[in-house]
Design a protein around this ligand. Structure first.
Ligand SMILES: [Zn+2]
Length: 60
């Protein structure tokens, strides 16, 4: 995912803002592997193969 579209995503649990938690692999502005973190409920969402996995933990 591109860094600049993070604003388009919101936490599916609490609708809070997501922030980049860590980046383990990136390509320019593109995050290939990493994780997002909700600024409100602190839930983590992984980024795998450039795609954010925005599912609540209990449905994975
Ligand atoms: Zn949240």
């Amino acid at each position: 995912m591109r860094r600049d579209i993070i604003d388009l995503f919101a936490c599916p649990i609490c609708k809070g803002d997501l922030v980049i938690d860590f980046i383990s692999k990136e390509d320019g502005d593109e995050i290939i592997e990493g994780g997002l973190c909700c600024s409100k409920c602190k839930e983590h969402y992984p980024i795998e193969n450039g795609v954010v996995i925005l599912l609540p933990p209990d449905t994975r």
